[in-house]
Ligand binder design. Structure first.
Ligand code: BTN
Length: 232
Protein backbone atom coordinates (compact mmCIF):
# COMPACT_ATOMS: atom_id res chain seq x y z
CA UNK A 1 0.00 0.00 0.00
CA UNK A 2 1.47 3.34 -1.09
CA UNK A 3 0.67 5.55 1.91
CA UNK A 4 2.68 8.53 0.62
CA UNK A 5 0.64 8.52 -2.59
CA UNK A 6 -2.60 8.38 -0.60
CA UNK A 7 -1.46 11.34 1.51
CA UNK A 8 -0.56 13.28 -1.67
CA UNK A 9 -3.92 12.51 -3.30
CA UNK A 10 -5.93 13.44 -0.17
CA UNK A 11 -3.94 16.32 1.35
CA UNK A 12 -6.76 17.53 3.58
CA UNK A 13 -7.23 14.17 5.31
CA UNK A 14 -5.27 12.79 8.21
CA UNK A 15 -4.22 9.30 7.14
CA UNK A 16 -2.81 7.16 9.95
CA UNK A 17 -1.01 4.01 8.94
CA UNK A 18 0.00 1.05 11.08
CA UNK A 19 2.01 -1.97 10.01
CA UNK A 20 0.23 -3.86 12.80
CA UNK A 21 -2.61 -2.72 15.01
CA UNK A 22 -5.16 -4.59 17.12
CA UNK A 23 -8.11 -3.00 15.30
CA UNK A 24 -8.36 0.12 13.16
CA UNK A 25 -11.74 0.69 14.87
CA UNK A 26 -10.07 1.16 18.22
CA UNK A 27 -7.26 3.24 16.71
CA UNK A 28 -9.81 5.60 15.13
CA UNK A 29 -11.64 6.44 18.37
CA UNK A 30 -11.27 10.14 19.21
CA UNK A 31 -9.80 11.20 15.86
CA UNK A 32 -11.33 14.15 14.01
CA UNK A 33 -13.97 13.56 11.29
CA UNK A 34 -12.36 12.80 7.95
CA UNK A 35 -9.47 10.92 9.56
CA UNK A 36 -8.57 7.57 8.05
CA UNK A 37 -6.84 4.67 9.80
CA UNK A 38 -5.26 1.98 7.64
CA UNK A 39 -3.37 -1.11 8.72
CA UNK A 40 -1.40 -3.77 6.87
CA UNK A 41 -2.47 -6.28 9.49
CA UNK A 42 -4.84 -6.45 12.48
CA UNK A 43 -4.32 -8.74 15.43
CA UNK A 44 -7.89 -8.34 16.72
CA UNK A 45 -9.95 -7.31 13.68
CA UNK A 46 -13.58 -6.89 14.67
CA UNK A 47 -16.61 -8.08 12.72
CA UNK A 48 -20.27 -7.51 13.49
CA UNK A 49 -21.93 -9.19 16.46
CA UNK A 50 -18.64 -9.78 18.26
CA UNK A 51 -17.15 -11.86 15.47
CA UNK A 52 -13.54 -11.48 14.34
CA UNK A 53 -12.32 -10.28 10.96
CA UNK A 54 -9.62 -12.31 9.26
CA UNK A 55 -6.83 -9.74 8.76
CA UNK A 56 -3.91 -11.47 7.03
CA UNK A 57 -0.84 -9.25 6.61
CA UNK A 58 -0.68 -7.20 3.42
CA UNK A 59 -3.49 -9.04 1.64
CA UNK A 60 -6.52 -6.99 2.54
CA UNK A 61 -7.76 -3.49 3.16
CA UNK A 62 -8.34 -2.83 6.85
CA UNK A 63 -9.67 0.68 7.06
CA UNK A 64 -11.60 2.88 9.49
CA UNK A 65 -12.89 6.30 8.52
CA UNK A 66 -14.18 8.81 11.06
CA UNK A 67 -17.50 10.21 9.80
CA UNK A 68 -20.16 12.56 11.09
CA UNK A 69 -23.40 10.80 12.13
CA UNK A 70 -25.57 10.18 9.04
CA UNK A 71 -28.60 8.04 8.16
CA UNK A 72 -28.39 4.46 6.87
CA UNK A 73 -24.60 4.51 7.20
CA UNK A 74 -24.07 0.75 6.92
CA UNK A 75 -26.05 0.58 3.67
CA UNK A 76 -24.33 3.70 2.26
CA UNK A 77 -20.91 2.23 3.04
CA UNK A 78 -21.75 -1.05 1.32
CA UNK A 79 -22.74 0.92 -1.76
CA UNK A 80 -19.52 2.93 -1.56
CA UNK A 81 -17.39 -0.20 -1.20
CA UNK A 82 -19.03 -1.93 -4.16
CA UNK A 83 -18.67 1.27 -6.20
CA UNK A 84 -14.96 1.55 -5.35
CA UNK A 85 -14.32 -2.10 -6.25
CA UNK A 86 -16.15 -1.65 -9.57
CA UNK A 87 -14.27 1.55 -10.44
CA UNK A 88 -10.83 0.23 -9.49
CA UNK A 89 -11.08 -3.38 -10.71
CA UNK A 90 -14.13 -3.62 -12.99
CA UNK A 91 -15.59 -6.37 -10.76
CA UNK A 92 -19.31 -6.14 -10.05
CA UNK A 93 -20.34 -7.00 -6.49
CA UNK A 94 -23.70 -7.77 -4.95
CA UNK A 95 -24.84 -6.47 -1.55
CA UNK A 96 -26.29 -8.79 1.10
CA UNK A 97 -28.32 -6.81 3.61
CA UNK A 98 -27.12 -5.15 5.72
CA UNK A 99 -23.35 -5.14 5.59
CA UNK A 100 -21.92 -7.79 3.29
CA UNK A 101 -20.34 -7.12 -0.09
CA UNK A 102 -20.55 -10.30 -2.14
CA UNK A 103 -18.66 -11.58 -5.15
CA UNK A 104 -19.81 -14.74 -6.92
CA UNK A 105 -21.94 -15.70 -3.91
CA UNK A 106 -19.23 -15.32 -1.27
CA UNK A 107 -18.33 -12.44 1.02
CA UNK A 108 -15.53 -10.21 -0.28
CA UNK A 109 -15.94 -7.24 2.07
CA UNK A 110 -17.70 -6.33 5.30
CA UNK A 111 -18.84 -3.12 6.93
CA UNK A 112 -18.89 -2.32 10.63
CA UNK A 113 -20.22 1.00 11.96
CA UNK A 114 -19.55 2.05 15.55
CA UNK A 115 -20.38 5.60 16.69
CA UNK A 116 -20.01 7.02 13.17
CA UNK A 117 -16.68 5.26 12.67
CA UNK A 118 -16.89 3.32 9.41
CA UNK A 119 -14.94 0.08 9.44
CA UNK A 120 -14.37 -1.43 6.03
CA UNK A 121 -12.59 -4.72 5.47
CA UNK A 122 -11.96 -5.87 1.90
CA UNK A 123 -10.45 -9.23 0.98
CA UNK A 124 -8.13 -8.29 -1.86
CA UNK A 125 -5.14 -10.55 -2.51
CA UNK A 126 -5.81 -13.55 -0.28
CA UNK A 127 -5.36 -16.78 -2.23
CA UNK A 128 -6.85 -18.97 0.50
CA UNK A 129 -8.79 -18.64 3.74
CA UNK A 130 -8.78 -20.57 7.01
CA UNK A 131 -10.98 -23.69 6.75
CA UNK A 132 -13.77 -22.18 8.87
CA UNK A 133 -14.11 -19.26 6.41
CA UNK A 134 -13.38 -21.01 3.12
CA UNK A 135 -17.01 -21.75 2.22
CA UNK A 136 -18.17 -18.18 2.98
CA UNK A 137 -15.28 -15.87 2.03
CA UNK A 138 -13.61 -14.90 -1.19
CA UNK A 139 -11.11 -12.27 -2.36
CA UNK A 140 -10.84 -10.10 -5.45
CA UNK A 141 -7.61 -11.94 -6.35
CA UNK A 142 -9.48 -15.24 -6.56
CA UNK A 143 -11.50 -13.75 -9.44
CA UNK A 144 -8.71 -12.22 -11.48
CA UNK A 145 -5.40 -13.24 -13.03
CA UNK A 146 -3.05 -10.81 -11.33
CA UNK A 147 -2.54 -9.22 -7.91
CA UNK A 148 -4.87 -6.31 -7.25
CA UNK A 149 -3.59 -2.90 -6.13
CA UNK A 150 -4.68 -2.02 -2.58
CA UNK A 151 -3.78 1.61 -3.26
CA UNK A 152 -6.02 1.81 -6.33
CA UNK A 153 -8.99 0.55 -4.32
CA UNK A 154 -8.41 3.02 -1.50
CA UNK A 155 -8.02 5.85 -4.04
CA UNK A 156 -11.53 4.98 -5.23
CA UNK A 157 -12.92 4.14 -1.78
CA UNK A 158 -12.39 7.42 0.06
CA UNK A 159 -14.22 9.62 -2.51
CA UNK A 160 -16.95 6.96 -2.86
CA UNK A 161 -17.55 7.01 0.90
CA UNK A 162 -17.78 10.81 0.83
CA UNK A 163 -20.33 10.69 -2.01
CA UNK A 164 -22.60 7.99 -0.57
CA UNK A 165 -22.70 9.14 3.05
CA UNK A 166 -23.92 12.57 1.94
CA UNK A 167 -27.04 11.13 0.29
CA UNK A 168 -30.41 11.33 2.04
CA UNK A 169 -31.84 8.15 3.53
CA UNK A 170 -34.49 7.54 0.86
CA UNK A 171 -31.91 7.77 -1.90
CA UNK A 172 -29.60 5.34 -0.08
CA UNK A 173 -32.47 2.86 0.38
CA UNK A 174 -33.44 3.19 -3.30
CA UNK A 175 -29.85 2.69 -4.51
CA UNK A 176 -29.32 -0.24 -2.14
CA UNK A 177 -32.53 -1.91 -3.31
CA UNK A 178 -31.39 -1.54 -6.91
CA UNK A 179 -27.86 -2.80 -6.24
CA UNK A 180 -28.74 -5.75 -3.99
CA UNK A 181 -30.15 -9.04 -5.28
CA UNK A 182 -31.11 -9.78 -1.66
CA UNK A 183 -33.36 -6.76 -1.10
CA UNK A 184 -36.49 -8.05 -2.85
CA UNK A 185 -37.68 -11.29 -4.41
CA UNK A 186 -34.89 -13.45 -3.00
CA UNK A 187 -35.42 -16.72 -1.13
CA UNK A 188 -33.49 -16.42 2.12
CA UNK A 189 -32.99 -17.97 5.49
CA UNK A 190 -32.51 -15.65 8.44
CA UNK A 191 -31.07 -16.55 11.82
CA UNK A 192 -33.42 -15.07 14.43
CA UNK A 193 -33.06 -15.33 18.22
CA UNK A 194 -35.82 -18.01 18.30
CA UNK A 195 -34.60 -20.03 15.32
CA UNK A 196 -34.10 -19.86 11.57
CA UNK A 197 -36.89 -18.55 9.37
CA UNK A 198 -37.19 -19.02 5.61
CA UNK A 199 -39.05 -16.79 3.20
CA UNK A 200 -38.82 -14.31 0.34
CA UNK A 201 -37.52 -10.77 0.74
CA UNK A 202 -40.03 -8.02 -0.09
CA UNK A 203 -37.89 -4.89 0.16
CA UNK A 204 -36.59 -2.48 2.77
CA UNK A 205 -38.93 -0.67 5.15
CA UNK A 206 -38.58 3.14 5.52
CA UNK A 207 -36.03 2.66 8.32
CA UNK A 208 -33.87 0.42 6.14
CA UNK A 209 -34.79 -2.90 7.77
CA UNK A 210 -35.30 -5.96 5.60
CA UNK A 211 -38.81 -7.31 5.11
CA UNK A 212 -39.23 -11.07 4.67
CA UNK A 213 -42.50 -12.82 3.83
CA UNK A 214 -42.72 -16.36 5.14
CA UNK A 215 -44.52 -19.04 3.13
CA UNK A 216 -47.53 -18.83 5.48
CA UNK A 217 -47.96 -15.22 4.30
CA UNK A 218 -46.78 -13.52 7.49
CA UNK A 219 -44.26 -10.70 7.25
CA UNK A 220 -41.20 -10.40 9.48
CA UNK A 221 -39.00 -7.34 9.82
CA UNK A 222 -35.32 -8.28 10.07
CA UNK A 223 -33.46 -5.77 12.21
CA UNK A 224 -30.08 -7.50 12.50
CA UNK A 225 -28.02 -9.60 10.09
CA UNK A 226 -27.93 -13.35 9.66
CA UNK A 227 -29.38 -13.36 6.12
CA UNK A 228 -28.30 -16.19 3.82
CA UNK A 229 -29.45 -17.25 0.39
CA UNK A 230 -31.81 -20.19 0.90
CA UNK A 231 -30.19 -23.48 0.01
CA UNK A 232 -26.63 -22.16 0.38
C1 BTN B 1 -18.40 -7.71 9.21
O1 BTN B 1 -18.69 -8.06 8.07
O2 BTN B 1 -18.68 -8.41 10.19
C2 BTN B 1 -17.71 -6.40 9.39
C3 BTN B 1 -16.23 -6.52 9.17
C4 BTN B 1 -15.48 -5.21 9.33
C5 BTN B 1 -13.99 -5.42 9.28
C6 BTN B 1 -13.24 -4.13 9.26
S1 BTN B 1 -11.52 -4.33 8.91
C7 BTN B 1 -11.26 -2.66 9.29
C8 BTN B 1 -12.08 -2.35 10.53
N1 BTN B 1 -11.35 -2.71 11.71
C9 BTN B 1 -11.92 -3.72 12.37
O3 BTN B 1 -11.47 -4.23 13.40
N2 BTN B 1 -13.03 -4.12 11.72
C10 BTN B 1 -13.28 -3.31 10.55
Amino acid sequence: MDIERLRREFPSRRIHHYATVDSTMRAAVGLEPGSVVLADRQTAGQGRHGRWWHSEAGSGIYCSIVLKPAPALTLALGLATADAIARSTGMACDLRWPNDVMLAGKKVAGILVQNAIAGIGINVNQTSFPPELASEATSLRLHTDAPVSLTAIILALLPAVDRFVELDKDTILRLFTRASSYAAGRRVTVAQPDGIIEGTTTGLDPAGFLMVRKDDGTDTLIVAGGVRAAGS
